[in-house]
Design a protein around this ligand. Sequence first.
Ligand code: F6R
Length: 615
Amino acid sequence: MCGIVGYIGYRDAYPIIVKGLQRLEYRGYDSAGIALYDGTDINLSKTKGKVEDLRNKSKSTISLEGNLGIGHTRWATHGVPNDVNSHPHYSNSGDLVIIHNGIIENYESIKKALTERGYTFTSDTDTEVLVNLIEEVQKTEDVMLGQAVQIALNQVVGAYAIAVFDIKKPDEIVVAKLGSPLAIGIGENEFFIASDASPFIEFTNNAVYLKDEEMAIIRLGKEIKLRKIQNDAVAYPNILELQMNLEEIEKGGYDHFMLKEIYEQPRAILDTYRGRLLADQGLIKMAGVDQNLEKFLNANRIIIVACGTSWHAGLVAEYIFEDLARIPVEVEYASEFRYRNPVITDKDVIIAISQSGETADTLAAIKLAKEKGAFVFGVCNVVGSSIARETDAGAYTHAGPEIGVASTKAFTTQITVLTLLALKLAKEKGEFSESQFHEVLTELETIPSKVKKALESNALIEIIADVYKDSPNCLYLGRGYNFPVALEGALKLKEISYIHAEGYPAAEMKHGPIALIDEQMPVVVIATKKGHYEKIVSNIQEIKSRKGKIIAIVTEGDEQVTQLADHVVEIPETSESLSPLVTTIPLQLLSYHIAVMRNCNVDQPRNLAKSVTVE
Ligand code: F6R
């Protein structure tokens, strides 16, 4: 989704903003733009395409001087991606410029009213309507920019993170947030604005994350004060010291962020259970769970809400919670849950899973569940994100920043957190003896090294990728705990290589998808020893007798499937419940290599956004 960057201070704003926009490229976008104040004029350049295109265009068309500026990457909602619809947008007088992430739902009625008052519009965007509404308020109410923004925002319906400045008052930028993320980096006599901290982390570790319905007037030489958009209540900002470092958000020698993040998984999984999993003491410590243990233990059921890959992690969790902790679980797409009038009571526990912590549908599902009195627990990666704040309690995954649009380490670390939670509840409920509990904890501690071992198949997977890179379709099959892994494998392939792929529970194949199988169809089958092995062998026979091409993920030393399959990738043996953490690795690598061979933009697949902040 759209990315926002801004700077006000003593440095040249242009390089900071352009580099910042590049750091936000992972969010997904189709056009980019920048507006700089050079001491006299506002210089604005924008273009459809990449930040690199913006750099080329602005170099030859505008002055790049100035210590104040705002920049934007746009992911089109209202109006096609083109130069005119790109942000920033001027107001009619040319005095104000704005960048906006989100959607103004009632922009048409506002546009009509402004048109009647003589305003004209060059773009199809809701954003240009907003900046003119602010200008109109400034004029009619005779107020300064901050107040005009506040009054205008009280007239709009929708979601936004905005940054706007006024040529008449070039020592300040006004920002506001409702539903889309916005962080302010605080330096010595300089401020940074961004959708997340990555654009400014090399300049400052001090940041304020705006909460929903908050705005700030960022003025040089003044301390930041936050104000409620609805009223004049002033809040003192909570300045966080960020732990992120520059290395974490750069590629570190890998060709793509996605590959780097796949390889980071042994470390990420370890970081996620470090300090929580105390195998020698037979303990799992999770502060957010310990403080709310009764809620979990007395729950009628757990409802998991999430989208995309996080929803797949939720499906894995359903198996774990029901199998190990014997707690009934339902897993819901947040986008469906929020609109289908679900039956929720105060005896339900909702677990919301989200890497970004900003997914609009998941946030809306949380709000609905809270209104109905349920206890909501969050599993997020991004610290301080909206979902982390909205939930009653939670547990972070410690994956570190995930920049590649396709989720990899977020998935395995989400499963790790949910496994810890399920095991803890299982133990509390008496589903495990001390020795069984100790055994499973000890096994969880072996997962990082098993993931490392699975990564050693990279070269073999590259060879397999080369064979199937031109296939138009691909089927993924798994059973039990590995059915969601099949879904996730298919999602990874389609989103980054644009090959049509479907994930199915292996036994469902004969109820339809088997009709697709012929000698052209690659079928990826998760066929590890633990968990329905004989049944999977039968499914493989069914594929083979229809001449499908079989790529099997097998346990080290496997013989039976190895004889049947066209290709096998071995992974270390694990218990069935922990196997998704390992079986998913070869599938991530397969989709990565196929996408690279098809010259696809692996880290920024077309049409996709890293955090989906609109519904
Ligand atoms: C797929 C992917 C998406 C996200 C989904 C939810 O690789 O990344 O399907 O999983 O948009 O995002 P979060 O987890 O940030 O709520």
